[in-house]
Design a protein around this ligand. Structure first.
Ligand SMILES: [Zn+2]
Length: 143
């Protein structure tokens, strides 16, 4: 019988600790090395434990998730502002909420991206497990 990489039983990777580490921008495996070497640039390897992070395929998901979260706060804020201060002119809201949306997005985007990378790592998606071919077309760490 031939044993393939898909037959190998791998230890479980707990999702919640990995998500917490990713949210803080730390490696999902060790929690000590930084995921990013710049604002959204992912290290190929964890600088502390050497975990391969280049398998991540966060792609467009972090901006989508960030927009959904920020949009809920901003729309709720606009509606609440109009309800609480009905006599207030529109211009304060036209200044406050776009600036708030921009600042919240810039703050949240790397955290969401880190969490999504950690989620992919915990579930062994996109090359984080041995059963998936990586970018080079090889399975696992064959070399
Ligand atoms: Zn690490």
């Amino acid at each position: 019988m031939i044993t393939t990489p898909a037959d190998i039983e791998l230890p479980a990777r707990p999702v919640w600790p990995a998500l917490k580490r990713g949210l803080r921008g730390f490696c999902p495996a060790c929690g000590k090395g930084r995921i990013f070497y710049a604002y959204l640039k992912v290290n190929d390897l964890c600088p502390h434990c050497g975990e391969e992070l280049f398998h991540q395929r966060a792609d467009d998901m972090p901006p989508y998730v960030t927009m959904v979260i920020v949009g809920h706060f901003v729309v709720a804020g606009v509606i609440l502002g109009q309800d609480l201060f009905p006599d207030l002119p529109d211009w304060p809201q036209m200044i406050v909420w776009p600036v708030a949306a921009l600042l919240m997005s810039l703050w949240l985007l790397p955290r969401v991206k880190g969490a999504l990378i950690a989620y992919q790592w915990a579930l062994r998606m996109h090359g984080f497990g041995p059963e998936t071919p990586d970018d080079r077309g090889f399975v696992g760490d064959g070399f």
